[in-house]
Design a protein. Structure first.
Length: 438
C-alpha cells in the first residue's frame, strides 16, 4: 500500500516542479487555461496550493496530481511514490490483520489558535495620515493601506451604492441589511479613474505583490480585473480584527465573464496570504466582543439572507466564509464562548465540510462516508462486508469537530429539504426561510 502520510509531506513546490508546472520567477503558474498567466498561491503551513482565479486547481499533493493528470486516487499516489522514490508499506500475509477498524485521526502539528486580546481597543484609522508614511511601513501595513484605499474608493460614490442595492435586490436581500452597508462596489465606468488614482498613490511593485495589478505575458502591468467590461465589482471585505483596515476581499463581478460562468465561479479572492491571512466576512471586533450566537454560512450572500431578528433576545451576528473550507482552523478559537449555528448548503460538499468524512480505499475503489451517526453506522457495515480484503482509511475532520476542539461552547447545524432551496439565499428567494427559522 502507498505511504499516504509520507506522500503528503513532500513540499507542494516540489510536486509542482515534478509535474512540469510552469513558473515565473518565484511563482508557479496555474496549468489551467487562462487568458493571462495566473500565479498559484502556496500555503506552506498546510502544504497546499490554490488558483484563486479559476478556483479549480487546488488542494494537497495528491489532489493536484489527480486533477492535472486525470488520475484516480491510487494512481496519483503511485505517480508521486515513483517520482519521489517513496517505498510502499508492505503487509506480511502471516501477520495479524490490522485493517479491521478505521484509522484514528492523524496527529497533526498543534494549531496556533488566535487569541482575542480583550485589553485592546478598536482603532479607526484615517488613511491620509498613514499614506504620508507609506515608504516606511512594513509589508502587512502597506497591504492594509492599499486594500482599504480600494475599499473606500467604492464606498464614496453614491451611484455605486444604488447599483449595489439593485444587484442584491435580485437576490431578495433588503436594502436596509446591516451587512449590505459594509460591502463596497466599483462600477466598470469608474475603472479608469480608479487605476489612475492607484498608480498615483502606490508603487507598482506593491500593486503587483498585493495582486491588485497583474503582469501579462508581454510584460505589461494591468489592473487585475480589467477583463470585467460590464456591470461592476462587489468587494466583500475581510477586516483587521482590531481596526477598520481591510486585509482582503472576495470579489464578485455583477456580470461575470463567460469563463467564470462555464466554471460556475461566482467569486474571486483578492488577498496575499503569505503576508496576511484574511479573516472571513463578518468575523470582526464587534462579533468577538459582543456576540452570543453566531451563524456561519457558505458565502456572504447566504449570510445577508438570514432574517434580521431570529432571536429577539439577542443581536444576530454571522460569518460568511468563501466556500466550505474558507474558515482557517486558527480562527476557530474566536468563537469559543459562543453558540455556533452552521448553515452550509444541503449538498455533498456542505455536509462533508460540516460533519467530516472517512474514505475507505479498497484497491482502486474509494467509498466515502460522512462522520455523522448514520454515516458511521454505514461505514461499520461496509467494513464488515469486506471480510479479509485489505483497505486503508483516510479520515478528515469536519467543522463541527474542529469547533469543539477549539473550545466552542455549543455547535449545531440546521438542515432542510432541498426542495425548498439548496441554500439560505434560495430559501429567502422562494419564501421558505420559515422552514428552518421560526
Amino acid at each position: 500500500m502507498y505511504d499516504i502520510e509520507n506522500i503528503k509531506t513532500i513540499p507542494i513546490a516540489n510536486i509542482l516542479s515534478a509535474m512540469g508546472v510552469e513558473h515565473k520567477g518565484k511563482y508557479f503558474l496555474c496549468p489551467n487555461n487562462h487568458k493571462t498567466s495566473q500565479a498559484l498561491t502556496i500555503y506552506s503551513k498546510t502544504n497546499t496550493c490554490k488558483c484563486f482565479n479559476c478556483g479549480d486547481f487546488q488542494g494537497d499533493s495528491i489532489e493536484i496530481v489527480k486533477k492535472h493528470f486525470n488520475l484516480p486516487f491510487l494512481d496519483a499516489c503511485k505517480w508521486i511514490s515513483d517520482t519521489f522514490n517513496i517505498s510502499t508499506i508492505e503487509n506480511q500475509e502471516n501477520q495479524p490483520r490490522t485493517f479491521q477498524k478505521p484509522a484514528t485521526p492523524k496527529v497533526k502539528k498543534e494549531i496556533s489558535y488566535v487569541e482575542f486580546d480583550n485589553s485592546k481597543k478598536f482603532t479607526k484609522i484615517e488613511l491620509q495620515a498613514y499614506l504620508a508614511q507609506y515608504n516606511t511601513l512594513k509589508d502587512a501595513q502597506r497591504l492594509k493601506l492599499v486594500y482599504t484605499y480600494l475599499y473606500q474608493f467604492g464606498l464614496k460614490n453614491i451611484e455605486n451604492e444604488a447599483k449595489k442595492v439593485s444587484f442584491y435586490k435580485t437576490r431578495g436581500v433588503p436594502k436596509n441589511s446591516t451587512y449590505l452597508k459594509v460591502i463596497s462596489y466599483i462600477d466598470t465606468s469608474s475603472f479608469e479613474e480608479l487605476i489612475k488614482t492607484l498608480l498615483a498613490t502606490f508603487p507598482m511593485e506593491d500593486l503587483l505583490e498585493f495582486k491588485v495589478f497583474k503582469q501579462k505575458e508581454d510584460g505589461e502591468n494591468v489592473f487585475a480585473y480589467k477583463y470585467i467590461n460590464k456591470g461592476g465589482l462587489l468587494l466583500v471585505p475581510s477586516f483587521d480584527l482590531y481596526s477598520n483596515m481591510v486585509t482582503g476581499f472576495m470579489v464578485r463581478p455583477t456580470e461575470p465573464p463567460t469563463w467564470m460562468k462555464e466554471k460556475k465561479i461566482k467569486e474571486l479572492q483578492l488577498s496575499n496570504p503569505e503576508i496576511i491571512i484574511p479573516m472571513p466576512f463578518g468575523l470582526t471586533y464587534n462579533l468577538v466582543r459582543r456576540a452570543k450566537k453566531v451563524f456561519i454560512t457558505e458565502g456572504h450572500v447566504d449570510l445577508i439572507s438570514i432574517p434580521k431578528n431570529i432571536d429577539r433576545a439577542i443581536e444576530n451576528y454571522g460569518v460568511g466564509i468563501p466556500g466550505v473550507n474558507g474558515l482557517k482552523d486558527e480562527f476557530l478559537s474566536l468563537f469559543k464562548d459562543k453558540e455556533v449555528v452552521v448553515l452550509f448548503d444541503q449538498d455533498e460538499a456542505g455536509q462533508k465540510s460540516y460533519f467530516g468524512y472517512s474514505s475507505i480505499i479498497v484497491g482502486d475503489t474509494t467509498t466515502m462516508f460522512l462522520n455523522n451517526t448514520e454515516g458511521k453506522k454505514s461505514q461499520k457495515a461496509f467494513i464488515s462486508s469486506l471480510k479479509d480484503k485489505k483497505f486503508t482509511t483516510d479520515y478528515n475532520k469536519g467543522l463541527h469537530q474542529k469547533l469543539i476542539e477549539a473550545g466552542v461552547k455549543s455547535v449545531k447545524t440546521l438542515t432542510w429539504d432541498k426542495k425548498y432551496g439548496k441554500d439560505i439565499n434560495d430559501l429567502r428567494i422562494n419564501g421558505n426561510l420559515n422552514k428552518i427559522f421560526e
